[in-house]
Write a protein that binds this ligand. Sequence first.
Ligand SMILES: Cc1cc2nc3c(=O)[nH]c(=O)nc-3n(C[C@H](O)[C@H](O)[C@H](O)COP(=O)(O)O)c2cc1C
Length: 361
Amino acid sequence: MPTLFDPLKLGALTVPNRVIMAPLTRARATREYVPTPLMAVYYAQRASAGLITSEAIGISRQGNGFPYAPGLWSAEQVEAWKSITKAVHAERGRIIAQLGHTGRAGHSAVIGEQPVSSSATLAPVDAWTYDGPKPSEMARPLAVVEMPGLVADYVHAARNAISAGFDGVQIHAANGMLLDQFLRNKSNLRTDEYGGSVENRIRLLREVTHAVADAVGADRTSVRLSPNGETWGVDDSDPTPLFTAAAKMLNDIGIAFLELREPAPGDAFGGTDVPRQSPMMRPYFKGPLILNSDYDLVRAQADLDSGLADAISFGRQFLANPDLVQRLQNNAPLNQAQRETFYTQEAQGYTDYPTLAKAVA
Ligand SMILES: Cc1cc2nc3c(=O)[nH]c(=O)nc-3n(C[C@H](O)[C@H](O)[C@H](O)COP(=O)(O)O)c2cc1C
């Protein structure tokens, strides 16, 4: 059985270990959605990860609802990302771009228009703006004629990611973002070909994944899903048929890997009593499966040993431990992530978490 510290083939990439950095929004870009030099320092510090998944990057202004989140739709953004991918590669790391669209989680104060979604629904949580939290706005349902344009935005951002030096892309279809708003029936109330049946609700994800895979290669395309439990009001009454169908569809496209965020009861970051769907999805997705949420070394190795997962992604532990791989390998103590600085704009709580060597010194 492989250990967490054995290499793994993920499509076009062979990664040196199975300790993957999960995507983490950190709000360190400019107000114009341009990545900053500080971000190059942060990502390069974490280059010993088997693979770094970037924070969610907006595919368009319409889809970039988080204040100070970076984008990948303009030439200026592509240029700025080049310094970051170069810094990671200089440290012999690998980094893929998570392509996101916030959908109804965005606010007009940030995205400059009424937020869009699958249906006219209201996220039951406040939206983030540059002036703090504001009540969510009623979403405008995307018209069927708008779908090709939306798919084209994903493709444009995916091509830009490769031009910027990323080693691949991850389509963000998890955590209550736009594609998740289409997948799950608490937010998708449509009666056209993008709503209702499971086949219809996975249609947009299929179209986006197909188009992105055609543009940059299926072997450089991955997808993230969050099949169990609610995020920002996005949930499903019967997740197993939906997510096994999605797993089969993604398997047929031949993506490089699938990542699942699966909180467990009591999970420190959004726990849920809805069972993990990975055991049911695993038979339908034959490629590499990466699992996430609240893992420690023992649980991670156990899920590799049982064959449920091929690799594990770590969010908050990577946020707080730039040398997480080395620390896990040596069973060393971990720095704790400080919530207060998750989304602040400074270096503090971002690039100043010490490595073990520094902490000891
Ligand atoms: C500060 C912060 C930002 C996050 N941003 C993203 C994101 O941009 N995209 C995403 O898919 N998940 C995001 N997540 C979820 C993480 O990728 C991960 O699923 C979650 O932290 C649970 O994993 P962990 O227990 O290893 O931290 C974020 C989590 C945190 C704590």
